[in-house]
Design a protein around this ligand. Structure first.
Ligand code: T3D
Length: 269
């Protein structure tokens, strides 16, 4: 049976490039994750990464929510049944997804169109640029159901909003508005609801016509910075700049600047 838990759309930018819109599509459940949706999203991300004409990914949700995390109706257990091994699901499904979003060379934009809760909030935070509708909210729902943040929540929160706010969000499990999320530095931007998708598409189109090599290096650089010392990071920056400085996009970028025209960057590979 065809699985439509992830909708995939190609949006062309120029003659050769495009970006892909991946829509979590279980709107009746606020796009909560079930295993087939994980598999479909994994496949869609692999295909986006493998296609050299794909230059960015836009992740969003269908309906009024972005994603409510794990579908809890899959987690109902009888008192006399064995407890679920949630570590196994994280190992098999959530952790590979977070690792993939962070490691893939394409920029990933997330348009949070409504509530982002549990792992749904942290999947958004794993993306490179997060735009959220002003009516959207971020909820570390875990403590409400006797769990602790997963899908990278403890990592992303401490590094974006700092330990005091991270602990408050995780322990009190209260929703954070999009505007406060922007003010606290958790996300890139809060946008009026009716402007969200237009702005998210414009952001992806801009990324898709940028230098793919530079964007991949920026992504790798920030990823490495989360654990490196300053000295190690200076080496990472040197190596990236050495590589980029020998590539065509830099030549074209400098020429375009001097000729006072927009740069025409090469493709991905
Ligand atoms: O399990 C593992 O493998 C480990 C990994 C865990 C990762 C996790 O994500 S654990 C955390 C799971 N998520 C949650 O605890 C969030 C649960 N949802 C909510 O708290 C609320 O729905 C929201 C705050 C997100 C939104 O509230 P609201 O009032 O806007 O919507 P609602 O009425 O609660 O939800 C609408 C429908 O979606 C509703 O169904 P109904 O009544 O219309 O038939 C609701 O039951 C359903 N829904 C929402 N979230 C989930 C869900 N159904 C299943 N699982 C959900 N997570």
């Amino acid at each position: 049976m065809a699985d439509n838990t992830i909708l995939v759309e190609h949006r062309r930018v120029g003659r050769q490039a495009h970006y892909r819109v991946l829509t979590l599509n279980r709107p009746d459940r606020l796009n909560a994750f079930i295993a087939p949706m994980h598999h479909a999203l994994r496949q869609a991300l692999i295909e986006a990464e493998r296609d050299p004409s794909c230059r960015a990914v836009l992740l969003t949700g269908a309906g009024r929510g972005f994603c409510a995390g794990q579908d809890l109706s899959e987690r109902v257990v009888n008192d006399d049944g064995p407890p679920p091994d949630l570590g196994a699901t994280l190992d098999a499904l959530y952790n590979p997804l977070i690792r993939r979003l962070r490691a893939m060379p394409l920029p990933v934009v997330c348009a949070v169109n409504g509530p982002a809760a549990g792992a749904g909030a942290n999947i958004a935070l794993a993306c490179d640029l997060v735009l959220a509708a002003r009516s959207a909210s971020f909820l570390q729902a875990f403590a409400r159901i006797g769990l602790a943040p997963d899908a990278g929540g403890t990592f992303f929160l401490t590094r974006t909003v700092g330990p005091a706010r991270a602990r408050g969000l995780a322990m009190l499990a209260e929703p954070l508005s999009a505007e406060k999320a922007e003010a606290w530095g958790l996300i890139w931007k809060a946008v009026d609801d009716d402007a969200l998708m237009e702005e998210a598409h414009a952001t992806c189109a801009k990324l898709a016509s940028g230098s793919a090599a530079a964007l991949a290096a920026i992504k790798q650089g920030f990823e490495a910075a989360s654990t490196n010392s300053l000295s190690e990071q200076l080496d990472v920056e040197r190596d990236a700049q050495r590589r980029l400085g020998r590539a065509g996009d830099y030549r074209e970028g400098v020429r375009a600047f001097l000729e006072k025209r927009p740069a025409r960057f090469q493709g991905r590979f």
